[in-house]
Write a protein that binds this ligand. Structure first.
Ligand code: PAF
Length: 276
C-alpha cells in the first residue's frame, strides 16, 4: 500500500495504471461503513484508491470541523488489511493552495441537509470533483447513508459529463440499527442509547407504509411523536420526499426517500430509508 500526500504523486502513479481504478473518498476515522465501500471497490476493480481528507469547505462556521475525529494511523491499518493499493492523504494546502473555483449543484442542494448546512454541498461537490480529477477513477463508491450527497454527486457527474460510474453501497448498521458514522464516537453512553431512535423512527415509517398508510403527513407525525419521547433528541427535519427531486410528498408514491436529521445531545446524526 502506498501512502501519497501530493497531487503530483498520485498523478504519477495513476499514469502507470492501465487497469480499472475504484475510488473511495473519505474524511477518515474509518468504520465498517467505509470498509464496505473499500471491499466493494476491491471486489469490482483492479486498483483501489482511498482518500482521507477532512474537507474544510464542507463545514459551516460553528460546525464540528475542529472536533471532527481523526486517527490516521488506525485508518491506514484498516486500509492495509483491506488490501488498498493507494491512500491519498493531502494537506489543506495541497488541496486548496489558492482557490476560487466552485461547483454549485442547484435545486436538490437547497433542501434537507442543504437548508440546514448552507454551503455544505458546494464544498462536497467541489472537493469530490477535484479528487475525481486527481485520481481519475472508473468507479467511485459512496454510502447510501448520505442519500442527498449521492444525489448531488450523481447530478454533478451527469451534468459535467464526468467519465465515471457512481456506485452506491447500502448503509452499514450496528446490531441495534444505528447507522455507522464517524460522529457516533462523540456520543456518551446515554446518548448512544438514545441515538437508536433514528432507526426506530425509520422502521416505524416503513411499518406504517407496509400496513397501507399513504399519507406522508401522518407518517411524519408519528415519527415526530416517537422522537419527541426521547429527551436527549431534538429533530432537525423529518422528510418524506421524491427520491429524485427531493420534493416533499403529501401522498406517498414509491419509491420515496424518508430521511431525518436529529441532534442527540450535541451530535447531529442523519439516516434514511427508501419506501418501495
Ligand atoms: O462523505 C464524506 O465523507 C465526504 O462528504 C466526502 C465525500 C469524502 C467529501 O469530503
Amino acid at each position: 500500500m502506498q501512502v501519497i500526500e501530493t497531487v503530483s504523486g498520485v498523478r504519477n502513479l495513476r499514469g502507470q495504471i492501465k487497469n480499472s481504478v475504484g475510488f473511495v473518498p473519505t474524511m477518515g476515522y474509518l468504520h465498517d461503513g467505509h470498509l464496505a465501500l473499500v471491499k466493494r471497490a476491491r471486489a469490482e476493480t483492479d486498483t483501489v484508491v482511498v482518500s482521507i481528507f477532512v474537507n474544510p469547505t464542507q463545514f459551516d462556521v460553528g460546525e464540528d470541523l475542529v472536533s471532527y475525529p481523526r486517527d490516521l494511523e488506525r485508518d491506514l491499518e484498516f486500509l492495509e488489511r483491506e488490501k488498498t493499493d493507494i491512500v491519498f492523504v493531502p494537506s489543506n494546502k495541497e488541496m486548496y493552495p489558492s482557490f476560487s473555483t466552485w461547483i454549485d449543484v442547484e435545486g436538490i442542494t437547497e433542501k434537507l441537509e442543504g437548508l440546514h448546512r448552507p454551503g455544505h454541498f458546494r464544498g462536497v461537490a467541489t472537493v469530490v470533483a477535484k479528487l475525481f480529477n486527481i485520481v481519475q477513477p472508473g468507479r467511485a463508491y459512496f454510502g447510501q447513508k448520505d442519500a442527498q450527497q449521492v444525489l448531488v454527486i450523481k447530478r454533478m457527474v451527469s451534468d459535467l459529463k464526468m467519465n465515471l460510474e457512481i456506485v452506491v453501497v447500502p448503509t452499514v448498521r450496528e446490531s441495534d440499527g444505528l447507522a455507522m458514522s464517524s460522529r457516533n464516537v462523540h456520543l456518551s453512553h446515554e446518548e448512544r442509547r438514545a441515538a437508536t431512535v433514528l432507526f426506530k423512527a425509520l422502521s416505524l415509517a416503513e411499518e406504517l407504509w407496509r400496513g397501507g398508510e399513504e399519507d406522508a403527513d401522518e407518517i411524519r407525525f408519528q415519527m415526530t411523536s416517537l422522537i419527541a419521547g426521547i429527551s436527549l433528541a431534538s429533530i432537525g427535519y423529518i422528510s418524506i420526499a421524491n427520491i429524485g427531486t427531493l420534493e416533499e410528498m403529501k401522498i406517498i408514491t414509491p419509491p420515496a426517500l424518508v430521511s431525518l436529521a436529529v441532534r442527540i445531545g450535541k451530535t447531529r446524526l442523519i439516516d434514511n430509508a427508501i419506501l418501495k
